[in-house]
Design a protein around this ligand. Structure first.
Ligand code: UDX
Ligand code: UDX
Length: 425
């Protein structure tokens, strides 16, 4: 099938190459000229394992190209996915400006029946109140000129292509059966349960899923904070808890709090939607508050051990997740911010995310390697559980002036590194 993807970011591009792996032809439309050029020359503008190789394969098979020209892309496509950002505004509410613009642009250029699919994470009610409204306002008739679906993504950054190709489930919310059937046909060959439902339910499944996962992580962090005071290893506790099939072992890794472009904004957006609708989501509010504190815990911990003024502190890991270059809402941001505020001299290293982090903190030292960052340091904080850091051994820390090592993510191998401490273990 011929598809158009509007917004070639972590989600849009992973979706495009994923469909191309299934033999579909994808045209990515974006507003960023450089990104278009990168994609067409087989250079992946994001770091996502497997995406660059899949992109090159797709281009060589003429199954993927990128363009600024939405009109032209729509003419050759049966299905158009919207994967533009849905950021939170200052009040924590979801901002629909990009969804609004993308749907207005699509409405302008539709000339024959197209299935419009919202894949961006949107608050329940948005697909109909923004996208359907813009299409009909442009004189397009639902069921004649367009079909409308909502197909949420469940892609973890660092695993986006893997999660796209092997989903636990494919959720298809549709306003009309025909559109849902077209989308179901597009996903033929994906060996995963298909859930057909209405649009609002599909929108809410995404928010409820992310909010639950964020809550699950926060629960592990809360138990970790208690266990640390009682001298209990929360990782052993959660290992036992996760053996209950009703709970399962996933997303129970205690640490310095969740980050990323999704959990924080999605929980905040759902919280505000609930409030607006007349319910006070106290649990979601507490999850965000506990998480905000958890993200500041590493600096607070270090301050209980030393006066940070003038001390050289190494931060290993800047990305919010391993295997991504994305630093959005990364715990490293709170950590570096806190260290600077208390007068520390900060040196950082990350295998992939330094260019993105440098845009936020240009004035700190960017080391060429973990070892380089550790030289002469009074303490070290590990903020991302990169595989590279799991291989670190005691001798790698010998160049530190003071061997104080604090983990924000369980990373180091106890058999290789002796003295270190976890933020909540
Ligand atoms: C985004 C949303 O943040 C997420 O909630 C949704 O589930 C999927 O889309 P992501 O792919 O991480 O996730 O966004 P990002 O990596 O920022 O990429 C967005 C892309 O859209 C960028 O390439 C940007 O240039 C492009 N864009 C943005 C447009 O093409 N048009 C716009 O109007 C705005
Ligand atoms: C998340 C959801 O997992 C995905 O389904 C949705 O589509 C988008 O949002 P993402 O935010 O990209 O994906 O990555 P994820 O692997 O979920 O990690 C999010 C944050 O939670 C990271 O900061 C990670 O360090 C943290 N985390 C994750 C924990 O602290 N403990 C865990 O056990 C798992």
């Amino acid at each position: 099938m011929d598809i158009c993807i509007v917004g070639a970011g972590y989600v849009g591009l992973s979706t495009a190459v994923g469909f191309a792996e299934h033999g579909h032809r994808s045209v990515c439309v974006d507003i960023n000229q450089k990104r278009i050029e990168d994609i067409n020359s087989g250079v992946c503008p994001i770091f996502e394992p497997g995406v660059e190789e899949a992109l090159r394969r797709s281009i060589s098979k003429e199954l993927l190209k990128a363009t600024l020209d939405l009109k032209g892309a729509l003419e050759t496509s049966e299905v158009v996915f919207i994967t533009v950002p849905t950021p939170c505004d200052d009040s924590g509410k979801m901002d629909t400006k990009f969804i609004d613009k993308a749907s207005k642009d699509i409405a302008k250029y539709i000339s024959s029946y197209k299935v419009v699919v919202v894949k961006s994470t949107v608050i329940p009610g948005t697909t109909e109140s923004v996208v359907m409204k813009n299409l009909e306002a442009a004189g397009k008739k639902h069921g004649v000129d367009f079909g409308l679906c909502m197909n949420p993504e469940f892609l973890r950054e660092g695993h986006a292509l893997e999660d796209f190709l092997k989903p636990d489930r494919i959720v298809i919310g549709s306003a009309d059966i025909r559109a849902g059937d077209v989308l179901e046909k597009l996903y033929e060959g994906f060996n995963a349960p298909m859930l057909r439902t209405d649009i609002k339910t599909a929108e809410m499944i995404k928010y409820a899923s992310n909010s639950f996962l964020a809550t699950k992580i926060t629960f592990a962090n809360e138990i970790g904070n208690i266990c640390k005071l009682l001298g209990i290893d929360v990782y052993k506790v959660m290992g036992g808890v996760g053996m209950d099939k009703r709970i399962n072992p996933h997303f129970l890794r205690a640490g310095c709090g969740f980050g990323g472009s999704c959990f924080p904004k999605d929980v905040s957006a759902l919280l505000n939607k609930g409030r607006e609708a007349g319910h006070e989501p106290r649990l979601l509010d507490t999850v965000l508050k506990v998480n905000a504190d958890q993200r500041k815990l590493m600096v607070r911990h270090l301050r209980s051990k030393m006066d940070l003024k003038g001390k050289r502190i190494a931060v290993l890991g800047l990305a919010f997740n391993p295997d991504t270059d994305d630093v959005r809402e990364s715990a490293a941001i709170d950590t570096v911010q806190g260290l600077i505020e208390h007068g520390a001299d900060v040196s950082v290293y990350d295998p992939k995310a330094m260019d993105n982090f440098r845009k936020l903190f240009p004035g700190i030292t960017y080391a060429k390697s973990a070892k380089d960052a550790l030289k002469g340091a009074d303490a070290c904080i590990i903020a991302t559980d990169w595989d590279e850091f799991k291989k670190l051994e005691s001798k790698d820390f010998d160049s530190m002036k003071n061997k104080v090592i604090l983990e924000g993510r369980k990373t180091l191998d106890k058999s290789k590194v002796k003295s270190f401490e976890g933020v909540c273990w």
